[in-house]
Write a protein of this length. Structure first.
Length: 162
């Protein structure tokens, strides 16, 4: 035994890489993947906001589109990386947390609901609140279901060829 006050199990745990923090390189690679993806996702959302600007007292189509599209893509991604592929450890942080996390936005959604309420458009604000929530949930569920159907069908065809 070494001249240490630590228990041998503690020493062994410290020597093993932790897959949650990026292995032996620590969390820096995961954080870099999230930051890069988040920057790209934020730029994409900004581009969408420029293409679909928000007008006072009207539905914020840019934010609604970003959130629904982002939820749809998250549904596809989660099926692919949990049921179909064994991706590199940085794929989920880069695409899921970073890119799609930066593309979708809860904070802008909340601010826009408040803006609609302040402008006296309470029915529109409540419709936007509920409509976004339901649309995002439906987009995710639809994406998960369709991605599973497509990937199962493709896997069956591949098995038949073999």
């Amino acid at each position: 035994m070494e001249d240490s006050d630590e228990h041998p199990d503690t020493q062994r745990r410290r020597q093993r890489p932790d897959p949650r923090t990026g292995g032996s390189s620590g969390p820096s690679a995961v954080l870099a993947a999230i930051a890069l993806g988040g920057g790209l996702g934020g730029l994409a959302r900004h581009g969408l906001a420029l293409a679909l600007p928000t007008h006072p007292g009207r539905v914020p189509w840019g934010t609604l589109t970003a959130n629904v599209l982002g939820c749809l893509l998250i549904g596809v991604l989660m099926v692919l990386i949990t049921e179909v592929w064994s991706p590199h450890r940085l794929v989920r942080p880069f695409l899921g947390v970073g890119l799609l996390g930066g593309f979708t936005t809860f904070s802008t959604y909340a601010v826009e609901i408040r803006g609609l309420l302040v402008a006296g458009s309470a029915p529109l604000a409540l419709g936007y609140l509920a409509g976004t929530l339901l649309s995002c949930l439906l987009a995710t569920l639809t994406a998960v279901t369709l991605t599973r159907l497509v990937t199962r069908s493709a896997r069956r065809r591949l098995r038949r060829r073999q």
